[in-house]
Design a protein around this ligand. Structure first.
Ligand code: NAD
Ligand code: ZN
Length: 604
């Protein structure tokens, strides 16, 4: 039960204040609910505003009928006619209420002495004398079995000898009551000690009840003042970032790579030591090579090895991965010795995903996100036949799922071996060469202009950026040189975003792709062409490249969209928070509104 009074004396309306996009009370409610510890969670309030706020956010609220002196009275009224054993009181202004603390207060009722306990509460050790002597901080002392002896605003015990070895505990306002104890509190009048200290739980002691205390280290943040709110907002931002993007990354890199024109011939040698008895290698090959006997013959299938041709016309889908895995596991009793992906970003991503799903249960859609993969993938090799995406080095495999387009981002995603043979990219059609090459150029621009940039990303990004300029703008390079350089640019571009993030063009291109099925490379080009406002000089360079190679960038792709489609596009793009944060900084939401994004899309 979360007692929630609208008119707090020190900070009126505080429970309705904004905390990272949600009201304080909704955050508290969801924090309690998300612990999964309770059969039911209710907010008990005197205010229609708070009731509506909770109900509009899918929660349950109860209006208290009477005016109450305290939160305990308020929840007592609400549970009077409910059939419950234990009632936990969570403060409405503690939005960071943690599962750990609540679990501790509930665990008290599982101990040997549970039957002697009327209620349980939490305390935390403090050692700063300023806090110990602060009357706003309620101290508690207990007996050897952790039953509360007294609560006070004075320092207790009083240290006559200043060097005495004594611990001080601060009381935290989380309680778990047996229902009878709570109802007693409600009915029994206040006595003198409670009245003089103005500490509710002294009433229990004055009526001879037993309060068991548990020690917690969980740090809550109470919102008592506008300054607390500012601090809480700051904390929340920090937490959010830590969870995905701004902690120090500890990522795996491809452990083995072979490079050079013709090195593809070395594949059988590379595979031999990895071959396990009766376990085939499965080659997933772009079907553009179906009639390319030269390439197919060089694969040198052995024993029960299997070759599967796959079209790259559509971007990979989770359902497609599940289907492939089913096909492989139903044909072979033994897990494959390895999966070899041969093709562009599409085939490389399919190979990574299949190798993961051969050792992890369920559907590929279950693993879209960060670090959801639990088991090491089957040995997998990536052999790019077109350069630019960086998929050969990246820690992700981008999939279109039933509800989202999102990568399986994990330590098990990267290839165990990559074969970089620039000759394999010989047959790539010119437009496609340009679009996929520009994916690399745009990775560099977004990484180098992003707020997440550090020396690690910069060192890779700058090299790849310069290579792209050489390849796409200068005359001097031969075709063979250009192929080799683009292959390395792709690699470096991928490494650059491994420790930073992409930006505006990728966020918007994901929106296009989700709604219109626009492919990654061309989608990026369509978008980037209109992004002078964000990447001014680089858009000029890009346009020069387009002109030099006489490439056509489609225009007007959003002209005939329905409002619904446009809204969905905007929603998908804006949901990619880390990309916007990298591109525009912490205040990105004020710089990129849905209206602004709409105007940009309509230009494309
Ligand atoms: P692609 O794999 O879709 O291939 C593009 C076209 O080029 C296809 O028609 C293909 O058949 C053809 N092609 C490939 N090699 C050829 C060759 N040697 N000769 C003739 N034709 C050839 O293109 P892409 O741009 O490399 O990859 C795009 C995909 O990569 C998207 O699905 C995107 O989501 C993904 N991607 C992944 C990452 C990652 O880090 N995992 C990064 C960027 C993009
Ligand atoms: Zn990309």
């Amino acid at each position: 039960m979360i007692p929630a009074r609208y008119g707090a004396s020190r900070f009126p309306g505080k429970l309705m204040q904004d905390l990272g996009g949600k009201s304080v009370i909704v955050r508290t409610y969801q924090a309690a609910k998300n612990t999964g510890l309770f059969d039911e969670v209710y907010v008990v309030t005197d205010s229609d505003i708070i009731r509506e706020e909770i109900e509009n956010n899918g929660g349950k609220a109860i209006m208290s009928k009477k005016t109450h002196e305290s939160g305990s009275d308020r929840i007592a009224e609400a549970v009077e006619n409910m059939d419950v054993d234990i009632v936990v009181n969570v403060q409405g202004d503690e939005p960071f209420t943690s599962k750990k603390g609540l679990q501790q207060v509930l665990d008290v009722f599982n101990g040997k002495d549970a039957h002697t306990i009327d209620l349980a509460s939490l305390m935390t050790e403090i050692d700063d004398w300023k806090e110990i002597s602060d009357p706003n901080c309620v101290k508690v002392i207990t007996d050897e079995d952790s039953f509360a002896l007294y609560f006070s605003r004075s320092p207790i015990p009083y240290p006559r000898d200043k060097n005495a070895d004594v611990k001080y505990y601060k009381h935290k306002g989380i309680y778990a009551f047996r229902k009878e104890a709570l109802m007693d509190f409600y009915r029994l009048p206040m006595r003198s000690l409670e009245a003089v200290e103005k500490i509710e739980c002294i009433r229990y002691l004055e009526y001879g009840k037993r309060i068991k205390m548990a020690v917690t280290t969980a740090q809550g943040v109470e919102i008592d003042t506008p300054e607390d709110l500012v601090e809480a907002n700051r904390l929340l931002k920090k937490e959010d970032k830590k969870s995905v993007n701004n902690k120090f990354r500890n990522f795996p890199m491809v452990p083995k790579v072979v490079f050079g024109a013709g090195c593809f011939n070395q594949l059988p040698e590379i595979l031999a030591p990895q071959r396990q008895k009766n376990a085939p290698f499965i080659f997933l090959v772009d079907d553009v090579f179906k009639n390319n006997n030269d390439l197919i013959n060089r694969i040198k299938l052995r024993f029960n090895d299997k070759l599967i041709f796959i079209s790259a016309d559509k971007e990979p889908e989770t359902e497609q991965i599940d289907q492939l895995v089913k096909e492989i596991t139903s044909e072979f009793k033994k897990k494959p010795s390895g999966i070899i992906g041969i093709g562009g970003g599409t085939l490389l991503d399919i190979a990574k995903a299949v190798s993961i799903m051969l050792t992890n249960d369920g559907s590929a859609a279950d693993y879209q996100g960060w670090d959801l993969v639990k088991k090491k993938a089957v040995y997998h090799i990536g052999i790019p036949t077109i350069s630019g995406t960086g998929a050969e080095v990246s820690r992700t495999t981008v999939l279109l799922g039933p509800v989202r387009k999102l990568g399986i981002n994990s330590d098990f995603t990267p290839f165990d071996q990559v074969v970089l043979d620039p000759d394999l990219t010989k047959g790539v059609p010119k437009n496609q060469w340009f679009y996929t090459g520009m994916d690399c150029f745009i990775h560099c621009v977004e990484s180098l202009n992003g707020t997440f940039l550090n020396a690690f990303s910069q060192s890779y990004g700058e090299k790849a950026y310069d290579l792209c300029k050489e390849i796409f703008l200068e005359q001097s390079t031969t075709e063979a040189e250009a192929r080799a350089k683009l292959m390395m640019a792709s690699w470096h571009g991928g490494m650059s975003i491994a420790y930073s993030q992409v930006g505006v063009a990728h966020a918007m291109s994901y929106g296009l792709s989700y709604v219109l099925g626009t492919k990654h490379g061309i989608g990026n080009c369509i978008v980037f062409n209109q992004l002078e406002e964000f990447y001014k000089d680089d858009v000029v360079v890009f346009k020069k490249m387009v002109k030099k190679h006489d490439i056509e960038i489609p225009k007007g792709v959003c002209a005939n969209l329905t409002d619904n489609q446009l809204d969905k596009m905007i929603e998908v793009a804006l949901s990619l928070v880390p990309l916007w944060e990298n591109a525009l900084g912490d205040d990105w939401q004020t710089l990129m509104t849905p209206e602004k994004l709409k105007a940009l899309y309509l230009k494309m």
